[in-house]
Ligand binder design. Structure first.
Ligand SMILES: C[S@@+](CC[C@H](N)C(=O)[O-])C[C@H]1O[C@@H](n2cnc3c(N)ncnc32)[C@H](O)[C@@H]1O
Length: 359
């Protein structure tokens, strides 16, 4: 045995366990406003607890972990804690760089660990409603930030002709819309277009509808429906699916229906996980282990609970391309998105010459 290699691996495991605990504490810091309190300026534990309106004893222990974990700084002379300028975008604010929502989501997923573990033995799955009850709206919090920062200026423009089409007026469906933030943002940005969001989850659709109403959007609507019942009447110019196809119970049927629901020169814009179907091609990708893990803790059990195919988040570009072709899309182009974790596939069929045929 190579003892150096063995002790290096042991150290790496210790790092992982420490990172796991720090992730949980980052979730607490995000949700209690502790990071925002530290960001206001250096302060001792008592002042920080007052700033955040929290119990000092818990705050002090949290600060100890944050300092020794290299997340906050500590000045022993004054007893004050601070947030280094360089760490701010990753721990505070509404930007996509803030790791808080992801930490919160992982902490929530952990609550269902015994149920997922049971599935290893007994098979079956864990229903989406179980995740919704422990995670609620926070499941979509990270994507909401992505949409705020990158949907209109980042994701949509990578499909040639799409933004122009939305500006001049298109009928748009977002399939598996979740809490509907993407639809509401697009409806606000493109008033000449009409938007429909469809999702199986009544809870998610209620949140989507509440946001639509609060924004006073008359060109958006939401419906609780199963994508496998989507009418194939060629009535949409654009169909989008953000991180939703791999979660479908019957993804092949849903893709066929999407194809049938599009006008002849329509486009299906599929945003999904930018990894390969082949494990060996994902080696070295910094997002691979995280994606497999979240897929195992959420995508696979929710889909299996539905009796579904459980493609998993790592179904990959190769299988996606084959399934899109089988569904009748004979022109599929994979574009890089503003996030390295995701691709944007622009899928068409028939290649009719039209305003959408730019690329
Ligand atoms: C990972 S979430 C993505 C949600 C949303 N696009 C977002 O970005 O926040 C996948 C969504 O697909 C929905 N879904 C799964 N199967 C469905 C089906 N058969 N019909 C409609 N929606 C479905 C789930 O309810 C869930 O909201």
């Amino acid at each position: 045995m190579d003892t150096d290699k063995s002790s290096a691996f042991g150290e790496r495991l210790l790092d992982l366990v420490t990172g796991n605990v720090l992730t949980l504490l980052i979730a607490i810091g995000h949700r209690t406003g502790l990071f925002d309190a530290v960001a206001e300026g250096p302060a001792d534990a008592v002042d920080l607890a007052v700033r955040a309106g929290l119990d000092e004893r818990y705050v002090r222990e949290w600060l100890g972990a944050m300092v020794t974990g290299g997340i906050l700084s500590y000045d022993a002379a004054t007893g004050r804690y601070s947030l280094p300028e360089e760490h701010r975008p990753f721990l505070t604010g509404s930007g996509v760089g803030n790791i808080g929502p992801a930490a919160g989501m992982l902490a929530n997923l952990g609550v269902l660990l015994p149920q997922v573990q049971r599935c290893f033995v007994e098979g079956g799955g864990v229903p989406h409603s179980a995740f919704a009850s422990v995670a609620g709206a926070t499941l979509g919090e990270q994507w909401q930030r992505v949409y705020d920062e990158q949907l209109v200026s980042g994701f949509l423009p990578v499909v040639p002709g799409l933004v122009d089409g939305l500006r001049s007026g298109a009928r748009v469906l977002d399939l598996g819309c979740g809490t509907g933030h993407a639809i509401n943002l697009m409806a606000q940005e493109f008033p000449a277009s009409r938007f429909v969001g469809l999702d199986l989850s009544p809870d998610a659709i209620a949140l989507a509808e509440a946001e639509r109403a609060s924004r006073g959007l008359a060109n958006a609507s939401f419906t609780v429906a199963d994508a496998t019942t989507l009418a194939t009447d060629g009535s949409f110019d654009v169909i989008t699916a953000f991180d939703a196809i791999h979660d479908q119970r019957e993804p092949d049927e849903v893709l066929r229906r999407i194809r049938g629901a599009l006008t002849p020169d329509g486009v299906f814009v599929m945003v999904d996980v930018n990894l390969s179907s082949d494990l060996e091609k994902n080696l070295g990708n910094p997002f691979a282990a995280l994606s497999y893990g979240v897929s195992l803790l959420y995508c696979v059990p929710t889909c299996r609970a539905d009796g579904g195919a459980a493609l998993g988040a790592l179904w990959g570009r190769e299988l996606a391309a084959r399934m899109l072709a089988d569904a009748g899309f004979d022109d599929v182009r994979f574009h890089d998105s503003p996030r390295p974790q995701n691709y944007v596939a622009a899928c068409r069929f028939g290649r009719a010459v039209s305003e959408w045929a730019g690329g």
